[in-house]
Ligand binder design. Structure first.
Ligand SMILES: *Cc1c(COP(=O)(O)O)cnc(C)c1O
Length: 373
């Protein structure tokens, strides 16, 4: 059976020599933690974005958490974000001691509905956390406007948006700080966990470096709390350095997959992803929508052996883990409706046209019966 779920195995087969060379170079270097690979990767990732500072951290969740903490977010504060996101966005907010305040999403792009931001702000609001979900940016002009007006910080969750642009500007370069994940499936993925923050602010970067290193600025001396051990691993950093050189190629391959879906499925009852004006989408996930979502997924699985994923089946505010939050007892009609209709088609750079065509053909067969009914 062909694999339709992403696995790093194909990519590893193609890049094995380079990846093993990266691992060997670190093992041979004599520096396994916060060595030259982390600092070189930080320089290169900052340069890719045209910003001054990058700090490598252990994963994307902690990248969000530390970025918030570096800007002074903590207990008593509120952070405005969306419920249609990967739960770690919100886990990171609660991890600082702050609480999330949710706004609904735009029914066309499924991204933060920025028209709702102003109403979500109150005297406890400290930060706006736009999530550049699925690979395209939240419209940042209205986010910046509300943040300016109310004196709020902006932390961009870029875990799904490496290399995405808006008006030519890279995701992560508008806010006070931005958080990236290098979880293996991400647009830029490590061979294990990894993350990073970028910022143009020296003060924020200094805080981030202390936060990831026990609260220490100098070895053995804790300057300030909170402190964590949230360092990016030297081996992952060296692998990421190699893969960063190929990032634009990975993105081009994802766009080619997206184009093929758009050409092959444009005449069906599926609502295909739409790119907001001015955005360059990097297609971390290819999210489609149909009212008969559950039937479609079931028939694809049972009759065609095609298994599809849903990003995400549960809005964060409806999850038991957040039920204790006053702000979770809210109604987000668009988010709640879409959670029952969205699903994701296989999307990764090494997806071959043959495998993709198998998905397309199966999907068209199932849709013909569903749409006719
Ligand atoms: C993956 C992801 C995270 C968390 O990243 P990890 O590296 O898995 O901790 C946070 N936010 C979003 C939107 C993500 O997709």
């Amino acid at each position: 059976m062909t694999t339709l779920v992403w696995s790093y195995q194909d990519e590893y087969a193609a890049e094995r020599e380079d990846i093993l060379d990266a691992v060997d170079s670190v093992f041979s270097s004599g520096q396994l933690v916060l060595g030259p690979s982390v600092s070189e990767f930080e320089k290169e990732f900052a340069a890719y974005h045209g910003v001054e500072h990058c700090a490598g951290v252990d994963n994307g969740t902690n990248a969000v958490k530390l970025a918030l903490e570096a800007l002074g977010t903590g207990p008593g504060d509120e952070v405005v974000t969306v419920s249609n996101t990967a739960a770690p966005t919100v886990v990171a907010i609660t991890g600082t001691g702050a609480v999330p305040r949710f706004v609904d999403i735009d029914p066309v792009t499924y991204l933060m509905d920025t028209a709702q931001l102003a109403d979500a702000v109150n005297e406890r609001t400290r930060c706006i956390l736009p999530v550049h979900l699925y690979g395209q940016c939240v419209p940042m002009d209205p986010v910046v406007e509300v943040a300016r007006e109310h004196g709020l910080h902006i932390v961009e969750d870029c875990a799904q948006a490496h290399g995405a642009r808006q008006g030519g500007r890279l995701a992560g370069t508008t806010g006070d700080a931005a958080a990236f994940s290098f979880y293996p499936t991400k647009v830029l993925g490590a061979y294990g966990d990894g993350g990073a923050t970028i910022t143009g602010r020296a003060d924020v970067d200094k805080n981030l470096r202390r936060l990831r290193y026990y609260g220490m600025q100098e070895r053995y001396y804790v300057d300030a709390l909170p402190g964590h051990n949230s360092r990016l691993d030297e081996v992952q950093a060296e692998i990421l350095r190699r893969k960063l050189r190929r990032l634009d190629g990975y993105i081009a391959a994802r766009r080619a997959v997206a184009d093929r879906y758009a050409r092959a499925l444009g005449d069906t009852g599926l609502v295909l992803p739409r790119t907001a004006p001015g955005n360059d989408h990097v297609y971390y996930v290819y999210v489609v929508r149909h009212p008969a979502r559950d039937t479609i997924i079931e028939r694809l699985r049972d009759d065609h052996d095609v298994r599809l994923n849903v990003s995400y089946p549960w809005p964060v505010h409806t999850m038991a883990g957040f039920a204790h939050l006053e702000s979770a007892k809210t109604s987000l009609p668009v988010t709640e409706r879409l959670a029952g209709e969205i699903f994701s088609l296989p999307m990764y750079p090494s997806l071959t046209p043959e495998r993709q065509d198998r998905v397309i053909e199966s999907l068209r067969t199932v849709l013909a019966t569903v749409d006719a009914a």
